[in-house]
Design a protein around this ligand. Sequence first.
Ligand SMILES: *Cc1c(COP(=O)(O)O)cnc(C)c1O
Length: 386
Amino acid sequence: MSNVECDEIINRLTSMLPAERPIALHEPTLGQLEENFTKDCLRSGWISTAGAYVDRFEKELAHFCGIEHAIATVNGTSALHTCIVLAGVKANDEVLVPALTFVGTLNPIAYQQAIPHLLDCEKSTLGIDPEKLDQHLQRIAEIKNGTCINRQTGRTIRALVVVHILGIPANMPALARIAEQWNLILIEDAAESLGSFRDQRHTGDWAQLSALSFNGNKIISSGGGGAVLTKNSELAAQARHISTTAKQPHSWDFIHDKVGYNYRLPNLNAALACAQLQRLPEHLSNKRKLYRKYRETFSDIETAKIHQPPEALQCNHWLNLLLLSDKNNRDLLLQEAHAQGLLLRPLWNPMQQLPMYAQCPSDDLSTTQQLWETGICLPSSPGLAA
Ligand SMILES: *Cc1c(COP(=O)(O)O)cnc(C)c1O
């Protein structure tokens, strides 16, 4: 790509985006509703880890997702950690995860002294490639006494964590089948995919345990926040228990029956979350508009294409992805765009590039590598659709 082509891409972005600079990658939309709810919460005095807004948010969230139970947590990482603990992931277990994800997917595995096992993604959904995973397991794994064992390391492969990258639902029917066939506990990291459905099912509905995030840059934000989703009432009760320091309900006694976590969402954040959840339908429609606008803007350029998720998926379009021809072009565009106040970002550095995960067992990761070298995330705040 020449400087001229780079300028052409920036011109097209400039022509469709508002004039103010800088334009961030993703910003929360806050207004009167958020002010009213948080003010009400402050006046009530109930700002900490219990209160009416927490209960209300959990009910409304579960209802929106069509999944029986939602347990609100301080962030997405703690929600995922709760899932990993409840799945029974132990020290020295391996857990299958995509290499193309945010580091928050892998850290909770490491918290348990378990070992992430890195998988490649497919281009269409950006999620774990089911065919490649199937071939990889046939090559390296076997089932012994009902447990999936990595023949190369001798370790148990306990679970499969699927991530819905940039909000695009991964190929859950195929991945759930593989998990069942290999006796793997299935977990969904749906941190990016609130409002994304596949076959009329919300992401997170295939697994027994899944996690959402309401961090500042997600499709809705409670400042910080997350949630565990589950259909299983027993797992829901356990998730509540271990995220509330494993304290048994009692009027005055402090009885904690195991090592728990202080992971519950404060009521003040839940007030914000309730307001934001009301905006979600509007955000989803704005994001769909913005995605179409981007697609249109880049439809006749050869060297820069908007990634298009399969049409059958109902996608929240959390972040829009522009694909260039190589890494030099990607870096050139990033540099030029930042100089002009357009805060584009690359995809996350693939997990094998990070020092703490460089030695993890892994499949071939060529598609991950290629997407990372050529992909650029475009500003995607819902407000940009206007
Ligand atoms: C944001 C995110 C997380 C972690 O959520 P936090 O609320 O930031 O802790 C985990 N996984 C993925 C894929 C994410 O995008």
